[in-house]
Ligand binder design. Structure first.
Ligand SMILES: Cc1ncc(COP(=O)(O)O)c(C=O)c1O
Length: 442
């Protein structure tokens, strides 16, 4: 007789196929090794020749006029903020559900984050929760295409145009993705992204800024790229300042990263296409299973999930008699798959965004410069605060290997269909779910 018990109850795990290379990332070949060795043997680690080549190729791929390589995504976003003119007493509207580097750098510019809630289906900023937060100090909207899903750019751009705001896109989770047929990172005034090795576009420690706006590009250069802040700069008010970085930062990309990036670029679109095939297959197999929903875009819209960075599912506990996502995920893990409850913790609940006086202003840094009471207490962003009990992380398949993917989807299906066996000893969710960052997967 077939033993159909859940693995957490002593039954056989659903995942029987070995994972092989299906989760390995990045895919490094002798082509990468040779590119890095060339940099090392030339002693060119600190130059910019390879970086400039990478920037030119990246800009052509992205479809933009300027690309600026940085040593991290955090640095690229810092440059994008300064490039957009964010300064003292300005406000940036940003989703609370994101990694801290979408926004925290604005403190060092004397600016203030203002958080908007997210849409519970896309997990990106809710365009309907932006406009009422705009004040005469709002300078920019920071849009994050969160865990691969494109944000709803049409209404966001409409709001920005009507209020004369800059739009910065954080494309760290969605390099190469599309919204209604158009490349992410080409909607706003400027975009910036992480290319660290956990991302789908995995280079090492690196970041990239892209824009069509010459002044934004030159301000970004002036902020953290001292050796390129020279006679090539055309923006009149920047020219007398040439030679020293305005931000006191050194944000140059390491050329071993640039070399890896050039090779990655050649293969990235094709690798993403395979990831999308694999991830869509996983979700297609789970269509109609109660309690779980795909976090993905419909093909018919012309939008794509790019490399499907850190994929997640949406959890509907009401369909499973209130079973906690924590216990659900434990049971899936026992079946031999990967599942963790929650995503990022909402930033507005951390002390750094509330009470902490970092620089000695004598008041919380969050509001050290602001003219308004911008405090956002618990309860102020209900969707963001609830979302960790309604999301779970899923396996990130890098190859289309149907037999392996079938086993993993069977693990999720089995747990969802046997949920009643888990209700009696469900400990519920802990007080806090999710993390300030995503730790590395197995
Ligand atoms: C949404 C988001 N923005 C910015 C960053 C910062 O990038 P980096 O780690 O390359 O500094 C990351 C990731 O690390 C991120 O996930």
């Amino acid at each position: 007789m077939i033993d159909t018990r859940l693995a957490i109850r002593g039954g056989p795990p659903a995942v029987q196929c070995p994972a092989l290379d299906i989760f390995d990332w990045p895919i490094i070949t002798p082509e990468h090794e040779q590119a890095v060795l060339d940099v090392l043997h030339r002693g060119a680690m600190s130059g910019t020749d390879v970086t400039v080549q990478f920037e030119e190729e990246f800009a052509a791929w992205q479809g933009c006029d300027y690309a600026l390589g940085c040593n991290t995504g955090t640095a690229a976003l810092h440059c994008a903020m300064f490039g957009s003119g964010v300064g003292v007493r300005d406000e940036i509207i940003c989703p609370s559900l994101t990694f801290w580097a979408s926004i925290l750098q604005c403190y060092s510019l004397g600016a203030t984050p203002v958080f908007a809630d997210i849409d519970p289906v896309s997990l990106c900023i809710d365009p309907g929760d932006i406009e009422h937060r705009i004040t005469d100090r709002t300078k920019a909207i920071m849009v994050v295409h969160y865990v691969g899903h494109p944000a709803d750019m049409e209404p966001i751009m409409d709001i920005a145009h009507r209020h004369g705001l800059k739009v910065i896109e954080d494309v760290s989770h969605a390099q190469g993705g599309h919204y209604r047929g158009r490349r992410l990172g080409t909607f706003g005034d400027v975009a910036a992204m992480s290319l660290m090795s956990g991302k789908s576009f995995a280079v090492g420690e690196a970041g990239m800024l892209v824009t069509d706006d010459r002044e934004i590009y030159e301000r970004a250069v002036a902020f953290g790229h001292y050796e390129r802040f020279d006679a090539r700069i055309q923006t009149g008010y920047l020219r007398p300042l040439m030679g020293l970085p305005l931000g006191g930062q050194k944000y140059r990309m390491h050329q071993m990263s640039s070399a890896v990036g050039r090779v990655q670029l050649k293969h990235y679109d094709q690798q993403c296409a395979e990831i999308r095939k694999a991830m869509n297959y996983f979700w297609d197999l789970l269509e109609g299973v109660p309690g779980i929903r795909a976090h993905r875009v419909s093909k018919a819209t012309g939008s794509t999930m790019a490399g499907w960075y850190n994929p997640v599912g949406l959890y509907v506990p009401e369909e499973l008699d209130g079973l906690s996502v924590t216990h659900f995920a434990e049971a899936v893990q026992a079946e031999g798959s990967f599942c963790l409850p929650g995503v990022n913790k909402p930033l507005h609940l951390h002390p750094l965004l509330n009470s902490t006086d970092i620089y000695g202003h004598g008041k919380p840094t969050r509001t050290a410069h602001s003219l308004y009471d911008l405090h956002q207490p618990p309860g102020s962003l209900p969707v963001s605060e609830r979302i960790n009990s309604r999301t779970f992380r899923i396996p990130w398949f890098k190859h289309f290997r149907p037999d392996i993917i079938k086993d993993h989807s069977a693990a999720f299906r089995k747990v969802a269909l046997h949920y009643k066996d888990l209700l009696a000893d469900d400990p519920g969710n802990p007080a806090e779910l999710g993390g300030w960052h995503f730790f590395k997967r197995s």
